[in-house]
Design a protein around this ligand. Structure first.
Ligand SMILES: Cc1cc2nc3c(=O)[nH]c(=O)nc-3n(C[C@H](O)[C@H](O)[C@H](O)COP(=O)(O)OP(=O)(O)OC[C@H]3O[C@@H](n4cnc5c(N)ncnc54)[C@H](O)[C@@H]3O)c2cc1C
Length: 471
């Protein structure tokens, strides 16, 4: 079987808007060029002898990325995690939509298709077909599950929300908006779902379907680009700016074979909380978070080393904190695999450990950025505007003041530029927002963890035993 390459596919016509202009070719647009090159390099690793086994597995005549593997035991789970971490480590953990997340949802639904088919006959056939197509074509995908922020409190019904405008025996036509679809401009496919439980009043907006980014009438409206063309001075934003977009559907046709739930609040919610898809996708997000926290810990440590601040007790305490963050999430990831359980023949990581890791992540990341600011202080701005100035007309005057304790002026300036890309500039701010919210509104995800904690009964029993103890 010959697959079309990512670069061939991404050139296909799509309606992407940036700065009010329709992008002709995303591969040659400054907002996407660097990121697309990065993704292409990561995908190529699937074919290179030294990394092929690490990233892919053999299934029915094709090699597929391990995000498609249905884990049957702990070894499979670990194998999947190692594949996720390889790409995440390669990109400092700042790329979160390399498709493994959405692929894990698809894989989970496929793995549990017989159970789901009993609730909505025909589901199994649809998901089996889509899963196989995704896997065989190595489709890249993202997900958009939220309505635009029009009115969160009263949940008004209006035409800005994604709704059906027409239907026939072949499929449905939809109009309205969905957000946020990170990576939408350059993936192949988008999963549209309902992140929150729909009420009966919201029936008209309760859909789950797959749409190709090339669909006629699908407008992908991008935020301002944070991508830089300058790799030397902006090591992260020149390579890894994952674009966030709002999707505006204008009478887009979706064939029935791609529609999993249509004006169906009950089944939309069944799919949203289905254990295989939920836990396999969360497993990926926690693996990626470990890489990001490790990058932050490394940068914080090097910044403090470079200025000699590691000599101070409170700086050591702060550096220990970022190390503890990374170690805690890593330990939770390991624990989730170690205490995995079998569900319908699928080996699933433990839900409480994953939820703990994800919820802690929303607190850890902003705190880790605060620590970088505290240990880096004014040194974060102790750089010439461009590294090249260290070799310019006043180079001889700059070499000493810009040096680190054990670093040349050039090395230290590179380190500070890296740190600034992570915490200081637009990309850095976007990442802080991302880590706070990507897995949902933390107010509700914390409450969700409380509600789903099954051991609550043993906590209650323990408390009652303690207060009733007579001796
Ligand atoms: C950088 C970035 C990338 C993202 N990428 C994706 C993506 O690729 N795919 C995707 O599907 N989503 C994505 N998201 C969206 C993300 O999942 C949501 O931002 C998150 O779930 C919060 O929802 P919201 O932004 O609609 O905020 P809202 O739900 O509108 O919340 C806004 C504020 O109101 C409060 N609030 C609102 N409703 C309630 C309520 N019922 N009870 C209590 N408090 C409430 C919240 O606590 C919060 O303080 C991304 C978000 C960011 C920031």
């Amino acid at each position: 079987m010959t697959r079309r390459t990512f670069l061939e596919r991404v050139k296909a016509e799509r309606t992407v808007w940036v700065d009010g202009e329709l992008v002709q070719d995303v591969t040659h647009h400054p907002a996407f060029e660097g990121t697309i090159k990065t993704i292409d390099k990561l995908l190529q690793k699937q074919y290179v002898e030294s990394t092929k086994e690490l990233l892919t597995y053999h299934t029915e005549g094709v090699r597929a990325h391990l995000s498609f593997l249905i884990p049957e035991n702990k070894v499979d789970l670990k194998r999947k995690r190692v594949a996720y971490q390889h790409w995440a480590d390669d990109t400092f953990g700042v790329m979160s939509r390399l498709s493994e997340y959405t692929r894990s949802i698809i894989t989970g639904w496929y793995a549990n298709r017989d159970v789901l088919d009993k609730k909505r006959p025909g589901f199994a056939e649809k998901i089996a077909h889509y899963y196989r197509k995704s896997l065989e074509n190595d489709w890249l995908s993202t997900v958009a599950g939220h309505d635009p922020q029009r009115d969160r409190a009263t949940k008004q019904t209006h035409d800005a929300l994604l709704h059906i405008t027409d239907r026939n025996e072949d499929g449905i036509f939809v109009s309205g908006a969905k957000m946020i679809a990170t990576a939408a401009p350059y993936v192949d496919e988008i999963l549209i779902n309902s992140y929150h439980k729909r009420t009966e009043k919201e029936r008209a907006y309760a859909h789950v379907f797959f749409v190709p980014v090339t669909a006629k009438g699908l407008n992908i409206v991008c935020r301002e680009s944070f991508a830089s063309q300058d790799k030397t001075n902006h090591p992260l934003s020149s390579r890894y700016d994952e674009m966030d977009a709002v999707l505006i559907f204008d009478h887009v046709f979706i064939p029935w074979e791609r529609v999993l739930a249509c004006e169906d609040p009950e089944f939309s919610w069944v799919l949203r909380i289905e254990p295989c898809s939920a836990l396999l996708s969360q497993h990926q997000t926690v693996a990626r978070l470990v890489s990001k926290l490790e990058s932050v810990a490394a940068i914080a440590n090097e910044l403090a080393e470079a200025s000699g601040a590691t000599a101070f007790l409170h700086v050591k305490q702060k550096l220990a904190e970022v190390i503890m963050q990374k170690e805690s999430i890593y330990a939770l990831l390991n624990a989730s695999e170690h205490e995995s359980t079998m569900y319908e023949g699928v080996c699933l990581p433990d839900k409480d450990y994953l939820a703990t890791a994800r919820n802690l992540g929303t607190k850890y990341y902003p705190r880790s950025l605060e620590i970088i600011q505290q240990v880096g202080a004014g040194g974060l701005l102790q750089t010439p505007s461009k590294i090249e100035e260290l070799f310019g007309p006043i180079a001889h005057l700059l070499k000493e003041p810009y040096k680190g304790t054990k670093m040349s002026a050039e090395e230290r300036t590179k380190l500070i530029k890296l740190a600034w890309d992570l915490i200081g500039n637009s990309l850095g701010s976007r990442h802080e927002l991302y880590e706070r919210f990507y897995s949902g509104d933390p107010v509700r995800t914390f409450a969700g963890q409380y509600h789903s904690y099954q051991d609550k009964k043993s906590l209650v029993d323990f408390a009652y035993q303690a207060i009733r103890r007579e001796e």
